[in-house]
Design a protein around this ligand. Structure first.
Ligand code: AMP
Ligand code: ZN
Length: 137
């Protein structure tokens, strides 16, 4: 897609510090890493969010994630690792070409998700299950 920074990287029109790439997917180092070794993985083709990617395409992109994660963890001597993904600005997406973050983590690295733990009132979880299953078809 015209004017998409990540499409330009996928097409070799913008430089990036590339790692694994194949005909479906490409991975490279994030220029503003949460921790050194923070990697981005994405489909070559332009999809804005995960909701736009056909399941089979998604699988092809995910194929390279475990080996990248293993290599990143080894090189950065990580104590742990997060796989993270954003969709739309309200969820933190700043580049509208779907991508996954592989973030090596270290004990006391000061990065926190601030995970909230909500709750369901009586019957709400069952209605949610029903609604999602219906949407799945
Ligand atoms: P998100 O905020 O989830 O959309 O993630 C976008 C990520 O892309 C951020 O972590 C940026 O630091 C990173 N980023 C933006 N432009 C580039 C670029 N040209 N090369 C490498 N990483 C980039
Ligand atoms: Zn794009």
């Amino acid at each position: 897609m015209k004017d998409c920074v990540f499409c330009k990287i996928a097409q070799g029109k913008l430089p990036a510090t590339k790692l694994l790439e194949d005909k479906n997917a490409i991975s490279f180092l994030d220029i503003n890493p949460v921790n050194h070794g923070h990697v981005l993985v994405m489909p070559r083709e332009h999809y804005e969010t995960i909701m736009d990617v056909p399941g089979k395409e998604f699988g092809k992109v995910m194929e390279m994630v475990p080996s990248l994660a293993k290599a990143v963890a080894e090189v950065t001597k990580a104590d742990g690792l997060n796989i993270f993904q954003t969709n739309k600005p309200c969820a933190g997406q700043t580049v509208p070409h779907v991508h996954f973050h592989i973030i090596p983590r270290h004990k006391d690295d000061g990065f926190h998700f601030g995970w909230r733990q909500g709750r369901y009132n009586e019957g709400e979880i069952d209605r949610m299950q029903w609604g999602i299953l219906k949407a799945l078809g």
